[in-house]
Design a protein around this ligand. Structure first.
Ligand code: FRU
Length: 522
């Protein structure tokens, strides 16, 4: 069948497909090459039409079209690979493919052709999120969720699948799927079984994978599986249950240790707001505890938010060869993800990769150290007195890394400290510190995004007698704020016109602040 017929067949309503004389299996077979090839051709042709200034400078965006979760964030042949949930043909979500990039330093990314397309019966509704490892024979193994059957129909079915390749081209495993809900000995729902995160365990000499699943009480859990070869998998146990306490389905689990602590990160759906820690809807939650390697038991000690901003979801981590745990997230919220600027040819971006560490039991997140190599043209001010309105020469821009240290004269001598960024007379994004309440508020009400959506969120900060450290990363279409050396992080997209690039400081009280500002040039 000629390629254009295959394409038309795919677009037909299923009834017409049924009466169409062609043999469906043959068509699907042809579609297999067709679909990935089609995506690769499309992204190459259309992606090049997006001008560099229409994208962030160092945040990952799709080559063309739609991006959601980071996938397969891992090291392969000495380089960082990042795949992403991808629908090239629209700026809105569609049956997902895997887009692909690689990097030597987390900052400069090289685009590679799309890696996977929804081209088999078991993943026809989408090649959903997953992860990657390097195999001992030098090949790369991708583990992903194959979705068949339309969402919210009894046919909807999610299974875990494998593809193996050389870092560019991947072959789906002939015995896919490799894990189904039938492998789990308790009641769980095949329509919510997704997002495998795989890793190699040196001590046990086997692979493990965590997968999000929905169990009998209709809320989420994280199932653990093991495998000697990455192809044949055994159920181990459930690492933790939601028990309807933190949202419903738990998406995109990740599980790893930092020192003595075990961290289970999940992205719950349908969460109910809890103070400043969690907001309604899709959230990201870090369960911190310990892990018994012999019994494969995770003991939860506490629960924390990973990000207090407006746009953050489905993060994934890797461990660098020098032992750092680096996290990258989708810098977007599902609820507002359809609202992107008119005429945009891409939609969706990743966060700056962050290093996770512990300091006296406190989880810290800070931009990867590699970012420092791209800082240029430093502008430094010290002991600037608090005033109602301050502008500092050279402190402006939309692609920057800036640290502001606020030091009141004494405890309680500061009423508020506000930084307005991406500002001009019409626009600004405000970051306001309220020492009495112990909060920082990120407010994009005036960022030029005229929709009736939530535009503010607050993060709690610890009392340091009114002192605070704010590290702000701007990259054209986003702001990320690291509070007090990474104790809290706030991430948000901003679509403020690029000419709004001034920065203002406003304070009420007595004291001083220091500014260290760099442009980021890549
Ligand atoms: C999370 C998620 C995943 C799923 C993917 C589909 O954002 O819903 O659970 O695999 O997106 O694109």
């Amino acid at each position: 069948m000629p390629p254009h017929c295959v394409f038309l067949y795919r677009k037909m309503p299923s009834k017409m497909q049924a009466i169409c004389k062609c043999n469906r299996d043959e068509v699907l077979k042809e579609m297999k090459q067709m679909t990935l090839e089609e995506a690769r051709l499309y992204e190459k042709n259309q992606g090049s039409l997006i001008l560099p200034e229409e994208r962030p400078v160092f945040h990952v965006t799709p080559w063309i079209g739609w991006l959601n979760d980071p996938n397969g964030f891992s090291i392969y042949q000495g380089e960082y690979h990042l795949f992403y949930q991808y629908y090239p043909y629209d700026i809105h979500w569609g049956p997902t493919h895997w887009g692909h990039l690689k990097s030597k330093d987390f900052i400069q990314w090289e685009r590679l052709p799309a890696a996977l397309a929804p081209d088999t019966a078991y993943d026809a509704q989408g090649v959903f999120s997953g992860s990657a490892v390097e195999l001992p024979d030098g090949r790369q193994l991708l583990m992903y969720t194959g979705v068949q059957g339309k969402d919210n129909t009894p046919e909807c079915h999610q299974t875990q699948c494998i593809a193996i390749g050389d870092g560019i081209n991947y072959q789906k495993y002939e015995h896919n799927p490799v894990i189904t809900t039938d492998d789990i000995p308790e009641t769980c729902f095949a329509k919510d079984f997704r997002d495998p995160k795989i890793w190699w365990d040196q001590e046990e000499h086997c692979y493990f994978a965590v997968v999000g699943v929905r169990v009998a009480d209709s809320s989420g859990a994280v199932a653990l599986f093991s495998s000697k070869d990455g192809l044949s998998w055994n159920y181990v146990n459930i690492l933790d249950y939601c028990r309807n306490e933190y949202g419903k389905m738990w998406e995109c689990p990740d599980f790893f240790e930092i020192g003595e602590k075990a961290l289970l990160i999940v992205s719950p759906q349908e969460m109910r707001a809890q103070g400043l820690t969690f907001h309604n809807g899709n959230d990201v939650m870090c369960l911190i505890g310990t892990y018994d390697h012999t019994k494969h038991q995770f003991t939860r000690e506490r629960v924390e938010a990973i990000d207090y901003g407006l746009d953050f979801y489905a993060p994934q981590t890797l461990k660098t060869t020098d032992g750092r745990r680096v996290l990258i997230g989708w810098m977007q919220a599902w609820e507002t993800s359809h609202l992107c600027p008119q005429g945009a040819k891409w939609n969706g971006q990743m966060t700056t990769p962050r290093e996770l560490t512990f300091d006296h039991g406190q989880l810290l997140q800070n931009p990867v150290k590699e970012l420092a190599a791209y800082r240029q043209n430093s502008v430094i001010y010290t002991n600037v007195p608090f005033q109602q309105h301050t502008e500092l020469s050279g402190v402006s821009g939309r692609v920057l890394d800036m640290t502001v240290k606020v030091r009141p004269e004494h405890d309680q001598s500061l009423e508020y400290f506000t930084i307005r960024l991406a500002a001009n007379e019409a626009y600004n994004v405000a970051l306001s510190y309220d020492p009495l309440r112990g909060t920082v508020c990120l407010d994009r009400t005036n960022s030029g995004f005229c929709y009736n959506i939530i535009t503010k969120r607050e993060a709690p900060v610890k009392d340091q007698g009114g002192k605070i450290d704010l590290r702000i990363i701007l990259d054209r279409f986003s702001i990320e704020v690291f509070l007090n050396h990474g104790e809290q992080v706030m991430s948000a997209c901003i679509y403020t016109p690029q000419e709004a690039e001034q920065i203002f400081f406003e304070a009420k009280g007595s004291g001083w602040f220091d500014v260290e500002k760099y442009e980021i040039k890549v």
